[in-house]
Design a protein around this ligand. Structure first.
Ligand SMILES: CSC[C@H]1O[C@@H](n2cnc3c(O)ncnc32)[C@H](O)[C@@H]1O
Ligand SMILES: [Zn+2]
Length: 445
């Protein structure tokens, strides 16, 4: 009999349940996750870990599920400061009469810094370790995320009209090219291009966005087919559905993420499938704005990658991706007329590996496997509202909400410990948020 070799590592997490996401549907019991530096060194039964690893820190999680951190693939982080400001309205009234005037009045570098921090605090507390953002002053959002050590795709905005970030498309594109150049090699930040929507970006700037993506490898994220009105208006004015127009302009590519897609016909499915573009499903925003519903199971059945996002806190009104998963799984069943559509495990895949795939980072994010980056969360299942446990995956999707998240590590660094944020000063943040709320309340009337 030969003695096992003992290897030194940094952190050992003892998990009651482990859902690695890949292979699909797997649930392991009483396993240890070993972290060395910023990556996963091993996932092995706890008795084997006793014999083979010596770590400087051990975290015992005897009532918890451990899984990869969630990836929130669409949002407008700083819109947390507009949460609950304009409810019960359809998309275009909400945007034209409330949100765009408020953005014109309040958006500044400080607004983005404080609102993005508020969003990050909520997302970290509810299990998100990577988020995608499309908003103004992307250089500020990128800095704030980088400083907090949270992974983020930050899309610079592109529109035909002026906003607090720029005078028009030429300025957005030139500032955006510099933004990509500054952040392209960062370990946490993925700079990307955010043409707002087909109805706000004309052909010239849209084609420039494609050229910039081809030149830099940066992803494109765009709101697309959010409402029936968008598709009907474009078809009437331009004689083409927006997906067909974007395909002609070269926008639909494997680097492109199409957000919403509530209106889909067989031609749209072919274009998405042939192009390798991804769909980002935001069911709660779609429900709240009465925009429509994305046929998720049909897209998955046609080989299209579908990831999940919350959208901004002004149209959701929270950034809890576990809540979003529950809605996504429930709504998918009604839309498909099939209770087996989007199972619990499939919903978890949408919020992890499918998001990583949309980012082009599935080789290092989105599942727990040796060599992948150590972006990990734990969910405490000991609460009475999560008892008894027959199937932890079922509880994560159908019974849980994000507040049961107890721990989180990003790049091997602890971000949440026993439900508390380790790197964001929440008390100080609340003072700044209250200050903004006071200003918005007085000027919003
Ligand atoms: C180009 S910066 C982002 C821009 O998008 C607005 N926005 C927020 N939510 C939505 C949505 O669901 N559809 C379309 N546009 C949205 C946000 O307020 C910014 O102006
Ligand atoms: Zn959006």
């Amino acid at each position: 009999m030969t003695a096992d070799t003992i290897t030194a590592a940094d952190i050992r997490i003892n998990a009651r349940w482990l859902i690695p996401i890949e292979p699909a549907g797997t649930v392991l019991e009483n396993h240890a996750v070993i972290i060395q530096g910023n990556h996963l060194a091993a996932m092995i039964p706890q008795e084997q870990a006793d014999r083979t690893f010596r770590t400087r820190e051990t975290v015992d999680l005897p009532r918890h599920v451990v899984m990869p951190g969630l990836i929130n693939m669409h949002g407008h982080a700083a819109m947390t400061l507009f949460r609950g400001m304009a409810d019960d309205l359809p998309l275009m009234t909400w945007l034209n009469d409330h949100i765009w005037p408020a953005e014109g009045r309040f958006i500044s570098e400080q607004f983005i810094a404080d609102g993005t921090q508020l969003a990050m605090a909520e997302m970290l507390r509810t299990g998100t370790t990577t988020f995608s953002d499309m908003y103004f002053f992307p250089e500020i959002a990128a800095q704030v995320a980088h400083d907090a050590g949270i992974r983020a795709q930050i899309c610079f905005p592109l529109l035909d009209f002026p906003t607090p970030w720029g005078a028009g498309p030429d300025e957005y594109l030139s500032k955006g090219a510099d933004f990509i150049d500054t952040w392209k090699s960062d370990g946490y930040i993925m700079p990307a291009i955010g043409p707002h929507a087909p109805y706000t970006v004309s052909d010239g700037p849209m084609a420039e966005a494609v050229r910039l993506s081809e030149k830099t490898g940066a992803a494109i994220q765009i709101h697309l087919h959010e409402t029936a009105f968008e598709v009907a208006e474009a078809t009437e004015k331009l004689g083409q559905r927006p997906t067909a127009r974007l395909a002609d302009l070269g926008v639909l590519r494997p680097e492109t993420q199409c957000v919403h897609m509530t209106q889909i016909d067989s031609g749209d499915i072919s274009l998405l499938n042939q192009s390798g573009a991804h769909v980002i499903h935001c069911p709660e925003s779609n429900l709240k704005l009465a925009s429509g519903l994305c046929p998720v199971q049909e897209l998955l059945d046609n080989g299209i990658n579908v990831a999940i996002g919350t959208d901004g806190a002004a149209s959701n009104n929270d950034l809890d991706l576990f809540g979003e998963l529950r809605t996504a799984a429930m709504v998918a069943k009604v839309v498909a007329g099939d209770a087996s559509a989007v199972s619990a495990h499939k919903a978890l895949e949408m919020a992890t590996i499918n998001g990583a795939r949309a980012l082009g980072r599935d080789h290092e994010l989105g599942s727990l496997a040796e060599g992948k980056l150590a972006d990990i969360i734990a969910i405490d299942l000991s609460d009475p509202f999560l008892q008894p446990v027959y199937d932890p995956a079922s509880h994560l999707v159908y019974s849980n909400h994000g507040r049961s998240v107890s721990h989180s590590w990003i790049n091997g660094v602890p971000q949440v410990q026993d439900g508390r944020l380790t790197r964001i000063d929440v008390a100080d943040l609340m003072l700044r948020v209250e200050d903004w709320a006071g200003r918005i309340r007085t000027k919003a009337d």
